[in-house]
Design a binder for this molecule. Structure first.
Ligand SMILES: C[S@@+](CC[C@H](N)C(=O)[O-])C[C@H]1O[C@@H](n2cnc3c(N)ncnc32)[C@H](O)[C@@H]1O
Ligand code: SF4
Length: 264
């Protein structure tokens, strides 16, 4: 039977192409891949599941405005498909103005989605004033000073992942685990839904349980090994909570720590 799927953090690489070659870029060299319409369709509805809710969608790249067709298609899909979205964020480099995408984002906002589009104002980017002036007309656009931690992120022009993400557990949910090659996919199941905490979908159409978008393409590809269009999200062995690796123990430790802090 088809499952109803909820995702907490969904990150989508709109494209791996980019019009800039910033020296600090964590991604490495641009690559000629665009998120496809087929991947978007399969992510919303397929033989295995129907997507019903996403707490936070984050669009990254490459330069997301380099793939306006898929960007528009995604927004229309959210608007027309019966899926609830709370937050929708996107980071762009401030060099391209995509009127149609901006107008669609405005529609998302009117539908009650918390839309945020931003450019990081940092020492490595340069901006087109005329583009930024146009983007600034929109209330959901933010031109913000980036908080770049050079020590942690700027290493020979490539950043290292340093963010383990939020803890997403409630006592009522039964916890399951699916194993993918050398990485894991974390799911929780309650009586009605299947919940995924972190799903990262690349411009190649592959997916994985990547909890950060601060990574280079090489690392992303090592974590995202299955294809949304061709592979199953669920067909690997389920490992029960008791048998989990250190990675989980770490999360459990963090959760226990949080609980203690709350109790103080
Ligand atoms: C990877 S880019 C993708 C989106 C878009 N192309 C852009 O530049 O905003 C996202 C953000 O990551 C930042 N970034 C890239 N490499 C970084 C690094 N090594 N350390 C810190 N931030 C980095 C960029 O400055 C940009 O603000
Ligand atoms: S930081 Fe953004 S704009 Fe600069 S090269 Fe990387 S992806 Fe492109």
């Amino acid at each position: 039977m088809k499952k109803l799927l909820k995702i907490k953090n969904l990150t989508l690489e709109m494209t791996r192409r980019c019009n800039y070659t910033c020296p600090h870029c964590m991604r490495g060299e641009s690559q000629n891949y665009d998120l496809s319409i087929e991947t978007i369709n399969k992510l919303f509805d397929n033989e295995e599941f129907t997507l019903v809710e996403v707490e936070d969608i984050f669009i990254t790249g490459g330069e997301p405005f380099y793939n306006p067709e898929a960007f528009l298609y995604l927004i229309e899909k959210i608007l027309n498909f019966n899926v609830q979205v709370k937050d929708f964020g996107c980071i762009v480099n401030g060099s391209i103005y995509e009127e149609k995408v901006m107008k669609s984002l405005e529609k998302l906002l009117l539908k009650g989605v918390n839309v945020k589009l931003f450019t990081n104002f940092d020492q490595y980017h340069f901006f087109e004033d005329s583009v930024v002036a146009k983007l600034r007309q929109y209330e959901f656009y933010e031109y913000r000073k980036a908080n770049i931690n050079n020590d942690l992120l700027y290493r020979f022009g490539r950043a290292k992942a340093n963010d383990l993400g939020d803890v997403f557990l409630t006592a009522e949910q039964e916890e399951f685990f699916y194993r993918y090659n050398h990485s894991y996919m974390r799911f929780w199941q309650d009586k009605d839904y299947l919940l995924v905490r972190d799903l990262y979908v690349t411009a190649k159409g592959t997916f994985g349980n990547l909890v950060t978008y601060n990574a280079d393409y090489e690392m992303i590809d090592s974590m995202c090994v299955r294809s949304i269009v061709n592979d199953s999200l669920f067909d690997d062995a389920i490992i029960k909570l008791e048998n989990l690796s250190n990675f989980i123990s770490y999360d459990k430790y963090e959760r226990d720590k949080k609980v203690k802090i709350l109790k103080k």
